[in-house]
Design a protein around this ligand. Sequence first.
Ligand code: CAA
Ligand code: NAI
Length: 719
Amino acid sequence: MARYELVKRSVALITLTNPPVNALSSPVRHAIAKSMERALSDPKVTAVVICGENGRFCGGADIREFAGPLRGPPLIPVLDAIEAGRKPVVAAIEGVALGGGFELALVCHYRIAHSKARLGLPEVTLGILPAAGGSQRLPRLIGIPAALELITTGRHISAQEALKLGIVDQVTDQNACEMAVEFALKSVGKPLSSRRVSMLTTPCPPDLDALLEAATMQVKKKARGVMAPLACIQAVRAAATMPFSKGMKRESELMTTLFNSGQAQAFQYCFFAQRTAGKWTLPSGAQWNNSKPREIRSAAVIGLGTMGRGIVVSLARVGISVIAVESEKKLLENGRQMVIGMLERDAKRRGVSASLNLLKFTLSLQDLKDVDLVIEAVFEDMALKKRVFQELSKVCRPTTLLCTNTSGLDVDALAGVTNRPHLVAGMHFFSPAHVMKLLEVVCGPRSSSETIATAMSLGKKMGKVSVAVGNCPGFVGNRMLKPYLDQATFLLEEGATPEQIDKALEDFGFAMGVFRMSDLAGLDVGWRVRKESGLTGPDVDSKNPPRRRQGHRYCPIPDMVCEQGRFGQKTGRGWYMYDKPGDTNAKPDPLIQNLLETYRSRYGIQPRNISDQEIIERCLFVLANEGFRILEDGMAARPEDIDVIYLFGYAFPRHRGGPMFYVSMVGLERVLERLEHYHQAHPDVPHLEPSALLKKLVACGSPPVQKWREYIKTMHSHL
Ligand code: CAA
Ligand code: NAI
């Protein structure tokens, strides 16, 4: 867990050896403590260097250990002993020094970093704070404003920035470990007291209160309802106003509060869920670690609308050459200008040059003969998409992968019109495609393992969090969204307002409630889908639209809003009103209030007071209920995949862990009881009927979310 060697006859080199990230597990902490004791007591040793194996200093505490009771030596005394020792200790930082790893570096008397190393205190992203002295030492070393920013955001910084801030003493392009040994030899005999960060006085700005107040306002706005950043600010205040030992006590109290909150568990669940999501398996047994992806050097994107443009940018900025296709000259020219503008802005932001030479624009599918992969992003129209796929099948070489960005159509039906159904899959991006991190990779029943491996790996290359999903209407994310949106509109019928529903959801932690979000996305999108699925259209009596369609309860209010040309922000009117089209400041609209009142009286609905609790339960329990059905149907492999889709595709609040984790924290028994209650009250809403899997899990004693897979295994998988 830590290798001990004597180098240059007098330097003890302690190498952490806990792959893959040299996390500070209990055996590692034990090994560091023992190695330091040995180094400090050996008269031959004049200095110490601490480094990590495989070019990685240390990724911090072993997060897996957080779930159980503390075993082995606690970290703080191990770190204090290093700082207090009478021999100089140099940290040789390669790869990463994060969290506890950074705190380990902070107790060393000197820090040498490789130029490619990254440092940071990402604890806040795990729902906790740097509680091994990081919140007390960093402000002493670099001052309050810089420390506050790093600790409350969890941002990783480069070695160069760390040097500028005064965190590291030297940056090198050479072997950091060798440089640290040389540095250690030169440090022997020099006084250490000024190198012990805990002994420094925090440089305290005169406007401390105002600074902390501004930081508090900022984090409250950015991370609604999240406790960790606020605790980080309090810890930094302690570093500014208390002696080190008292500050450490405060740090520890704050950590205990955070640790006992459900939020820390949710954040840590998200960390592992994100990493689990990439590990896909198909019914054939092919999976992430036994299937080889193809290398994609060239791609084509068909359709340069909202989605196509972002997809082109996502591909080009990772060095893939792209041929972009449109149907008309004017649209092609417009698309070209948009894509170039987006790429240039993106490159400017990243401080690189825009890869415009990788782009080609055309009106002809004939130009796609030689590309490795095509992503189709034309209108959501099955007949049109089939024509495009038939044409691609003729034009592209037989090995070209054909993918569709459909938001919910049958991927296998498209595969069926090609001469290579095994090379067809869905690559479902989220809008805006160059910004949103989620990619649903839709596995059709005939998609080959190589096709899925390639789509997943291409997603990763583009910086996306890719999740494999089955081929069912709406796949995972949009399939779940429908019952959630339905509940929101049913609540409107029953007496709630868009503002009230949005506020309840925003207080829950969403950055935007469902109506505000719909206004942003455009209400016409859903209207078109409802028309195409036959739920609404010219045959419907627009004066008295029926409230039951296709055998179930239906709320016609969203259609009525669209019929008035209210498509959301882009038209300046939607569920809210805006000062002008394109404006983002949503204001309650008396016309909507009026529409709701007239609607209710027309249908004889007596409006009732609806509590925030009912809003949350009906919207979110129904969301998770559909998630359970998706697991039953084998359209998602595990609850973690569903949660990752909601975290990255639908901005589900991270401190709630995702819809499936959230209901597991509420208690499955209670969720079942509430769904039964609501279903009894609304028997014409099948989505409120508790799913078989939810009932099964409750009958089995409500196991934790990480164990649900064992109960799903026996069911049929489409992945
Ligand atoms: N503890 C336990 N496991 C960890 C870990 C950690 N700190 N960091 C990474 N891992 C695991 C991952 O789960 C993953 O496991 P699987 O292979 O089984 O999926 C494996 O290590 C590799 O991780 P990544 O896929 O993330 O590898 P990467 O190369 O893309 O990224 C990394 C490496 C930047 C270090 C990234 O893993 C990371 O950000 N890790 C977390 C760092 C962190 O938050 N540290 C603070 C911990 S809290 C703390 O330290 C508080 C304290 O002092 C008490
Ligand atoms: P859009 O209407 O903005 O763009 C579609 C583009 O395709 C238009 O520019 C059109 O001219 C072009 N086009 C149509 N037929 C063509 C053809 N034969 N050859 C070349 N170009 C052609 O549509 P949007 O929103 O970009 O959607 C595209 C696809 O992505 C749809 O399947 C949609 O369901 C899906 N999608 C949309 C999301 C969104 O939020 N808008 C999110 C995820 C998926």
